[in-house]
Design a protein around this ligand. Structure first.
Ligand SMILES: Nc1ncnc2c1ncn2[C@@H]1O[C@H](COP(=O)(O)OP(=O)(O)OP(=O)(O)O)[C@@H](O)[C@H]1O
Ligand SMILES: [Mg+2]
Length: 337
């Protein structure tokens, strides 16, 4: 791995054993994250965003889950080879996650302060007093007023926005190299949402960490991410910079998502443009996952997985439309709306 790369994910597959057979939640996902970069992971409900984050954190419950990857490397370490104990040490200290549901991630019977202190002391040799000082400082950093007093609050005594800030403080307190933020603002109202996003952007700059921001909200992506991975059916449909994706969407799915967005500064809030829903995939069916909802689907799309093509530098798409030999497609289809 070169010095620039923090995370390499190559052919990640996550399945869950169910009574109907093995449900494929992540199906051959590959991407690379540079140090200090901020990637938006976008897709409809059920496309495998949370499962991807859990797999990276080594937190997919097994059974019923089964994780495999051709390559999974983080900060020079082979995650396929680390022991459970090493993984535990990595989590929190080097990679941290803000979970989709703050109430399930915080323990209701302990004060917020004791939970943050415990997180700190798992990873750093600090007296409980020093850990508490650090916790208060971190709460202050995430914009919680009277932080020392707030340490003695139980989670239910805080508002949703405050709990989300506590989660962010807890994730950042050991200054991880990578933050996985799973829908960190979805449960919040719009004003608080903007505040939390601003905060995350500031802290990311200050702490120099990389971030994977998971969301189904394209507005959030346009605001915080530099690169975007559009996920469908557990795999990457399209990857590019925010500008590439918004200005020149290539995949029929991405185009559908952006359907009603004329300009980058006026994104829609929800992904509702495409009829139908993401089906669940049992096993690993042949062909493109999107074919049954795609208006441009061809025969080959149902038979064979699409090739990954890079029509412009740094902008890749998994779609037969861009394989000219297979689809005998005229070149102008690239970049056409
Ligand atoms: N523990 C589990 N057991 C069985 N199936 C699971 C489990 N966890 C997730 N799944 C399935 O994996 C698929 C992907 O789920 P995931 O939670 O990653 O979706 P998501 O993209 O995060 O959706 P959302 O936007 O609603 O959060 C879904 O079909 C889900 O039902
Ligand atoms: Mg999720």
């Amino acid at each position: 791995m070169d010095d620039e790369t923090l995370l390499t994910v190559d052919d990640l597959v996550v399945g869950f054993a169910t009574s109907r057979g093995e449900l494929t939640a992540v199906d051959g996902l590959s991407f690379r994250l540079a140090r200090g970069a901020n990637l938006g992971l976008v897709g409809e409900s059920g496309c495998g965003k949370s499962v991807t984050a859990l797999a990276l954190m080594g937190l997919v419950p097994s059974p019923p889950g089964l994780v495999s990857a051709a390559r999974l490397e983080f900060a020079g370490r082979d995650l396929n080879a680390v022991t459970a104990e090493e993984y535990r040490r990595l989590r929190g200290r080097e990679m941290a996650m803000v979970f989709q549901e703050p109430m399930t991630a915080l323990n209701p019977v302990f004060t917020v302060g004791s939970q943050i202190v415990e997180t700190v002391r798992t990873h750093r040799r600090l007296s409980s007093r020093a850990a508490r000082d650090l916790a208060a400082e971190m709460l202050d950093r995430v914009g919680i007023s009277a932080p020392r007093r707030r340490l003695d609050d139980y989670p239910h005594q805080m508002s949703g926005g405050m709990r989300q800030r506590v989660m962010i403080a807890m994730a950042l307190i050991c200054r991880p190299k990578l933050l996985l933020a799973d829908e960190p603002t979805t449960a919040l109202d719009v004003t608080i949402q903007a505040q939390v996003l601003d905060l995350m952007r500031d802290l990311r700059g200050e702490f120099g960490m990389s971030m994977i921001m998971i969301t189904h909200d394209l507005g959030v992506v346009a605001e915080v991410a530099e690169r975007v991975l559009i996920m469908y059916g557990g795999t990457a449909a399209e990857v590019g910079t925010v500008v590439q994706l918004f200005d020149n969407p290539l995949h029929p799915y991405t185009r559908g998502l952006l359907h009603s967005i004329p300009r980058i500064d006026r994104p829609v809030r929800r992904l509702e443009a495409i009829p139908g829903t993401v089906p669940e995939f049992i096993g690993r069916p042949a062909g493109c996952r999107f074919a049954n909802r795609c208006r441009q689907a061809m025969d080959v799309c149902r038979r064979q997985a699409p090739p990954r093509v890079e029509p412009e530098i740094g902008h890749t798409v998994a779609c037969w439309l861009y394989d000219r030999a297979a689809a005998s497609l005229p070149p102008r289809a690239v970049g056409e709306r």
